[in-house]
Design a protein around this ligand. Structure first.
Ligand code: ADP
Length: 159
């Protein structure tokens, strides 16, 4: 049974993230999408809200679970019996940071592999931060996130 974790901030989960998860389901028996709680970023949505939103977005994918974690990623992966970390690569600009993280994780735990997946080209320009910015400015986020998340974004910025 090949298990993988897909860690991230997912603030919020976008169609780009969903595209990566869908691709991963063809490669692994089980995928745990997991929210990194110790990120230095100050999130718009709470961990619980993000877990809910990812659960709803991936409910149709039976091999996907949603969770959150604190501490070292590789320790979390081992705890979950996962040998693979999935990350998405959009553009060259993602590469430097992702390469550094992957090699550092390998240094700490060389039995955990990082696998990079590329999204459909429609999503290569998409990021959670750009979605938050559009929502904050009152723009239409429906092409970028699942409908229930668009609704939540509107609610957040209307208060
Ligand atoms: P992090 O703070 O860990 O980068 P993100 O939620 O921004 O968290 O991203 C999680 C992972 O998903 C990263 O590997 C990132 O490169 C990837 N990702 C983000 N947006 C997209 C997208 N539009 N298409 C494909 N992968 C993406």
């Amino acid at each position: 049974m090949k298990r993988a974790i897909y860690p991230g901030t997912f603030d919020p989960f976008t169609n780009g993230h969903l595209d990566i998860v869908q691709r991963a389901t063809a490669l692994f028996d089980k995928i745990i999408v997991t929210i990194a709680k110790n990120s230095s970023k100050d999130p718009l949505f709470t961990t619980e809200e993000r877990i809910d939103m990812i659960r709803e977005s991936t409910a149709y994918l039976q091999s996907v679970q949603v969770d959150s974690f604190e501490g070292l990623l590789v320790n979390y992966a081992k705890q979950k019996n996962a040998s693979v970390v999935i990350r998405g690569l959009r553009m060259i600009s993602d590469f430097e940071y992702e390469f550094q993280m992957a090699l550092m994780n390998r240094k700490i735990a060389d039995d955990i592999e990082t696998v990079f997946l590329m999204p459909d080209e429609r999503y290569t320009y998409l990021s959670s931060s750009i979605v938050r910015e559009i929502a904050q400015l009152g723009g239409d986020c429906s092409p970028f996130v699942p409908l229930h998340i668009e609704k939540r974004l509107k609610e957040k910025y209307s208060t």
